[in-house]
Design a protein around this ligand. Structure first.
Ligand code: 6CM
Length: 256
């Protein structure tokens, strides 16, 4: 029943996403809700090892290989002051600002607009020596979901990115090796109510974020180099991205 309710209020403005007519919709809906549940599981169980920490940001991984390729799942938790979950997800989803904060991407194209909250991206990633250059093709979906555990009615926002295929953009066309990925950013806004019913300002809000990622490099990549790259790049990404959102939002009205 809870899952049904989440589907009915999906999408910005709590209306059913216009993407629901699309052939990919059953997959988009299922994977996004699976990722939401997965993100909300704690890191106490499941063999997560802490590999990076900076203030309130904590990053965990599990070392896993499939056919000799590193596919280490990653989970990061952070508390960011002064921004809402909606704002975080907006900047993570929006193609207009992707290149302002993304440091692993050389080129980004939106190859299909399924709906305003659902896009298909083709990205070319920067080459990492000594491996071949990679690209990725994935749908990206943003939605607001009610938090049934929160009596104050603070919703959760999620962006889910998941690899897909498109015959017009085949993989292994000779130039790039295609990575496959499942990534989600889940954000929840907490409000510390101001005294005497004063208006909520940015100092009163905190955003709890959970970022989960599983990337399969899609072809040969030396495990030690890949793990070293991830250890350096994921903390860099999360620090840079959250600082970017804080900076973009500071002079703007709060987008709840
Ligand atoms: O989640 C992030 N970015 C999103 C928007 O771009 C999106 C992209 C995810 C791709 C992450 C994988 C990039 C790694 C590709 C290189 C593999 C090279 C193998 C060769 C090594 C020797 O979800 C932020 C992603 C931050 C990644 C550090």
């Amino acid at each position: 029943k809870q899952q049904q309710q989440q589907q009915i209020v999906a999408g910005p403005g709590k209306a059913l996403s216009k993407a629901c007519q699309h052939r990919l919709w059953p997959e988009i809906d299922r994977i996004s809700m699976e990722q939401l549940r997965y993100a909300r599981l704690g890191v106490g169980e499941g063999g997560w090892q802490l590999f990076a920490e900076d203030g309130e940001m904590k990053m965990y991984k599990r070392e896993e290989e499939v056919n000799g390729m590193v596919v280490d799942p990653l989970k990061a938790c952070h508390m960011v002051r002064g921004v809402t979950g909606h704002e975080m997800c907006h900047y993570f989803f929006s193609p207009d600002v992707r290149m302002d904060w993304e440091t692993t991407v050389e080129q980004m194209t939106v190859i299909e607009t399924i709906a305003e909250d659902t896009l298909v991206f083709l990205q070319v990633h920067k080459r990492i020596w000594p491996a071949s250059q990679r690209d990725s093709l994935f749908w990206s979906h943003m939605r607001q979901v009610p938090d049934h555990n929160d009596r104050d009615g603070h919703d959760i926002w999620i962006v889910c990115n998941h690899s897909t295929e498109n015959p017009d953009f085949p993989s292994n066309n000779g130039k790039f090796v295609r990575v496959t990925l499942t990534v989600c950013l889940v954000c929840q806004t907490f409000i510390d109510p101001p005294k005497d019913g004063a208006q909520i300002v940015r100092d009163n809000i905190t955003c709890k974020i959970t970022y989960c990622s599983v990337v399969n490099p899609g072809g040969w990549a030396p495990a030690s180099v890949l793990r070293a790259v991830y250890k350096r790049e994921y903390p860099k990404f999360l620090k840079r991205f959250t600082a970017y959102v804080i900076d973009q939002c500071k002079e703007k009205p709060i987008m709840f």
